[in-house]
Design a protein around this ligand. Structure first.
Ligand SMILES: [Zn+2]
Length: 412
């Protein structure tokens, strides 16, 4: 590094997840990472990180901004069927302004928690039409300074059983939807829905993200058909499935076989710990199963896995602060993943791996990538998850996008 190289900003003494233990400097120029080296010999505005951990921002593969924050309009009974019915009724009253107002509030929380890339799932059907989609398209433009937002349109209430839905999904794809989603478990003909979603994906050259296998009965799994289609259509690496709580009901050997199937077919998995814990096992009055698929065990077989928020303050999940570090900690705790390497895997499942799931090829702390950088108040990945390390500040394409003040003691 020569003394004449110029930077807009240098982050000094940063630790990088997956990198060497020794701190490095990160030089930023023109919104991109221009250098990563032990001691950058240049004069520029700088931030001293004193060995704190820097991540390229958290990545959320599965959130529902359109139906967030509607608890005041719904009952929260605690089963999946009731949650779908409650939201279906509330959805008729959604206006574009209403969706925008609620979604922007949630998006701002996510930004303040250090999230820099998001895939939001948007419901499309004849009741809501394209109102939510329109609101979120506007949101995507308005918040591009802080977060890259992908819109995944999907039929929450079924496709083949809901006339008019497929035409609206196609209309949304033609109008710029980024990803096509599905929800075979609410369809009267799950295999036909899966086939039609793959057909739309091929027509518009889109990745696919299904809501899938969302109960604890492993007898019949839509996963098998999704893997079969992913291979038949040569769509491996472009298909993700969310929830798949049925996998949590499988004994170790059967789980390992499904994991190998997922890895071979190139189908990634998103686990949604908060929702799955809240909705699964409602038929039990004691010894309630956790109902959360053990994502960290799938990693060993080569499955790409992410942990995500899913719902915020609605009948599916009457909780939520949009913190992915909290989601990683919640998952680690209930999955009994406590060894340092397992905790580091949990951080990976809210950063690097979800970026891989979304095929984001410009994500990561490497020269040439956008300077999306979030500083966590900790020294290493395992500690970040174990102690719920808080983000202190973040940059999006080199520009500071948020700051959180450290708590402070006032001694006598
Ligand atoms: Zn979902």
């Amino acid at each position: 590094m020569t003394g004449t190289t110029s930077f807009d900003l240098i982050l000094r003494q940063a630790r990088i997840a997956g990198g060497d233990a020794a701190p490095v400097d990160i030089g930023i120029r023109g919104g991109r990472i221009a250098a990563v080296a032990p001691n950058i010999a240049a004069t520029a505005p700088e931030e001293r990180l004193d060995g704190r951990l820097v991540v390229p921002g958290f990545v959320e593969t599965h959130i529902h901004l359109d139906k967030a924050c509607i608890l005041d309009r719904c009952r929260t009974e605690g089963t999946l069927a009731e949650a779908i019915a409650e939201v279906a009724a509330a959805k008729r009253g959604f206006t574009e302004a209403d969706v925008y107002a609620r979604a922007s509030g949630v998006l701002e929380k996510a930004i303040l928690q250090g999230t820099t890339r998001i895939r939001t799932h948007v419901e499309i059907d004849p009741r809501i039409g394209l109102r939510s989609f329109g609101a979120l398209q506007r949101l995507k433009r308005d918040y591009a300074w802080a977060v890259d937002l992908e819109l995944c349109v999907f039929p929450q209430e079924g496709l083949t059983n809901d006339p008019g839905t497929e035409e609206l999904l196609v209309e949304a794809c033609a109008a710029g939807a980024d990803v096509i989603g599905g929800c075979p478990y609410t369809d009267t003909d799950p295999n036909e829905q899966i086939a039609r979603i793959f057909a739309i994906a091929r027509r518009f050259d889109l990745d696919i993200d299904f809501h899938l296998d969302f109960d604890l009965d492993p007898a019949r799994m839509d996963l098998d058909e999704v893997c079969r289609q992913a291979e038949a259509q040569k769509w491996g690496g472009r298909v993700a499935v969310g929830h798949v709580t049925k996998l949590s009901s499988l004994p170790a050997e059967a789980l390992a076989a499904k994991a190998r199937r997922l890895a071979d077919a190139g189908v990634a998995v998103t686990v949604l710990p908060s929702t799955d814990l809240f909705l699964m096992g409602r038929g039990h009055d004691h010894d309630v199963p956790r109902g959360v698929t053990p994502a960290h065990k799938l990693l060993a077989h080569g499955v790409t896995c992410s942990l995500s928020t899913n719902n915020v303050m609605n009948p599916f999940t009457p909780f939520g602060d949009c913190s992915l570090i909290r989601m990683a900690n919640l998952y680690a705790n209930i999955a009994q993943a406590g060894r340092p390497a397992e905790l580091a895997d949990c951080l990976d499942m809210v950063t690097r791996l979800p970026a891989k799931l979304m095929n984001l090829d410009d994500y990561g702390i490497a020269v040439g990538n956008p300077a999306d950088l979030v500083v966590l108040d900790c020294r290493d990945p395992a500690m970040a998850v174990a102690e719920l390390a808080q983000p202190l500040f973040g940059l999006k394409r080199g520009r500071r996008s948020f700051t959180r003040r450290s708590p402070m003691l006032h001694r006598p």
